[in-house]
Write a protein that binds this ligand. Structure first.
Ligand code: ATP
Length: 307
């Protein structure tokens, strides 16, 4: 049993590390001694970002060849702008972010950043250029400061505190007895989903990447928390090329373009107001359903309060 439990712990550790920040992914694969899905080309060059313009050009992708997930997807995220991907569950939204991170290669078409095909650049330089705010952040069993500094190990205490303020987590830290030195995790401070996400945002503010992927949380947050998260996301995405993977719809209203995925194709695209005008449009229907769900939830909450 000992022999079995050690590797299992180790795999758990690796898994958490990978989910953590996705910064040291090559190192993780080295540790595990497994081949990553993709390899650097022998003549791969470091990616040099000039503006941070992302292009998906007629992208086809399938995890399993009998079941295509993306069937010719083209869109652009102009430098400094934000584009949201929405669509039914399983439509392939997160797959687009995995392709941009180059966890997999496209099967047809290309993805480029400032004109450089992702297959021609080193994975290390690509991942250094992209910041990811995942939907559920797993924190290290260490101090709050350590968890934020992970975004940039040479950051000073002052920079950490500034990032925490921008991420709207400063007020929370002030209520904690040990402040930034408080231990978090299983035996320390327990953070809510929203607080964890703001730690991830502070970390990303420190990393200051030119390109951002925001993977919006699936679980419902209360309105006040949602507004705080929204404000800190606005802060971190200011001036950065941002791809929003939207499992809910609240963050997409302000995006420069919204792409609606369905059955591996782009079904609708445009800004919020334009898409809402489409009679029987998929986007307008998704909003309708989300509003109904929110109202039902509020009614339930009121009924529980009245009890
Ligand atoms: P959701 O909103 O529910 O998160 P999504 O649009 O982000 O959905 P993806 O995670 O991109 O969906 O998945 C698209 C499809 O690909 C799904 O049907 C899923 O089952 C399948 N899929 C995802 N990851 C893998 C994988 N590693 N191997 C095989 N199939 C996968």
């Amino acid at each position: 049993l000992m022999q079995l439990s050690i590797p299992l712990n180790f795999i758990g550790f690796i898994y958490r590390e990978i989910r953590q920040g996705l910064t040291d992914i090559e190192q993780m694969f080295d540790l595990l001694d497994v081949d990553a899905e993709v390899q650097d080309a022998p003549d791969a060059q470091p990616l040099v970002i000039e503006n941070g313009n992302i292009k998906f050009n007629d992208v086809y992708f399938a995890y399993d060849e009998n079941r295509p997930i993306l069937k010719g997807i083209s869109f652009e995220v102009p430098a400094g702008k934000s584009v949201a991907i929405v669509g039914p569950s399983g439509a392939g939204k997160s797959t687009l972010s995995r392709l941009l991170f180059r966890f997999y290669d496209v099967q047809k078409g290309a993805i480029t950043i400032d004109g450089h095909d992702l297959r021609d650049v080193t994975q290390k330089s690509l991942r250094a250029a992209i910041g990811m705010v995942p939907q559920d952040t797993v924190l290290f069993n260490d101090t709050l400061a350590y968890n934020i500094r992970y975004g940039r190990p040479d950051a000073s205490q002052e920079e950490i505190e500034k990032a925490a303020e921008l991420a709207q987590i400063g007020n929370f830290v002030r209520t904690v007895p040990d402040g930034f030195n408080a231990m978090v995790g299983e035996r320390g401070l327990k953070l809510s989903g929203g607080e964890k996400q703001r730690v991830a945002i502070a970390r990303t503010i420190l990393k200051a990447p030119p390109i951002l992927i925001l993977d919006e949380a699936t679980s419902a947050l209360d309105t006040a928390t949602e507004q705080e998260i929204q404000d800190s996301l606005d802060e971190v995405s200011k001036g950065r090329t941002t791809l929003v993977i939207a499992h809910r719809l609240s963050t997409v209203i302000k995006c420069d373009e919204i792409i609606v995925l369905r059955d591996g194709l782009i079904a609708e695209r445009g800004r919020h107001a334009e898409l809402m005008k489409l009679k029987d449009g998929l986007y307008a229907k998704m909003w309708e359903r989300q509003m109904e769900a929110t109202e039902a939830e509020q009614r339930l909450r009121k009924a529980q309060e009245a009890d």
